[in-house]
Design a protein around this ligand. Structure first.
Ligand code: MN
Length: 205
């Protein structure tokens, strides 16, 4: 008996809640069209595997593995992205606290320096992709990574604490081609408590 399929999660806030950083129309499209497309893509692939195994057909595993990484990566990264944002002034914005603040200060020297480096990683992501704050337990360091498209080039032992979607579909209605303005506005809606709790849970695991 095969496992379950993926489903589009509800957002933890209203579509208009992230304004003016992200408009209602932009968030609605992003969630109900783009994110949903990855859910459907991932499920189509799982169903293809199920069918092929049942009917003993061959699957092109090279292509399937790449597609799986793209669709499931896109699905999971969006889940995380929605979780690591909150309305400005109501959980969003400000600065990290607790062990997250300590880890960021220890690694980057200051929150401002971290913001600068993360902004550069997000601005410099080529084409479509993501900027991510990750944590390596082995080195005991938070590290900034870029993700191409949705294909997480997973480094074993790392976990992703926070992501910023820099695909054009994330900001074209609000900012046209001005990715820099979108990244600047993102800092007003980062849910630092959520990022902090991901780090705490990871350190305890
Ligand atoms: Mn997206």
């Amino acid at each position: 008996m095969a496992g379950k399929l993926y489903s589009l999660p509800k957002l933890p806030y209203d579509y208009a809640a992230l304004e003016p950083s992200i408009s209602e129309q932009q968030l609605l499209l992003h969630h109900t069209k783009h994110h949903l497309a990855y859910v459907n893509g991932a499920n189509a692939l799982l169903e293809k595997f199920d069918k092929a195994r049942k009917e003993r057909l061959d699957v092109d595993m090279k292509a399937a593995a790449r597609d799986l990484s793209f669709y499931v990566g896109g699905y999971r990264l969006h889940n995380l992205f929605w979780e690591n944002m909150a309305p400005a002034g109501r959980g969003g914005g400000g600065a990290p606290t607790g062990e997250l603040a300590k880890a960021i200060d220890a690694e980057f020297g200051s929150f401002d320096r971290f913001k600068k480096e993360f902004t550069q990683a997000a601005s410099g992501t080529e084409g479509s992709g993501w900027a991510a704050l990750t944590y390596c337990k082995m080195a005991g360091r938070p590290l900034i990574m870029q993700i191409e498209k949705h294909n997480v080039n997973v480094i074993p032992g790392f976990t992703i604490l926070m992501v910023l979607d820099v695909w054009e579909h994330a900001y074209y209605l609000d900012y046209k081609n001005d990715r820099g303005k979108y990244i600047e506005a993102f800092w007003n809606i980062v849910n630092w408590n959520s990022v902090h709790d991901r780090l705490s849970a990871w350190l305890k695991s």
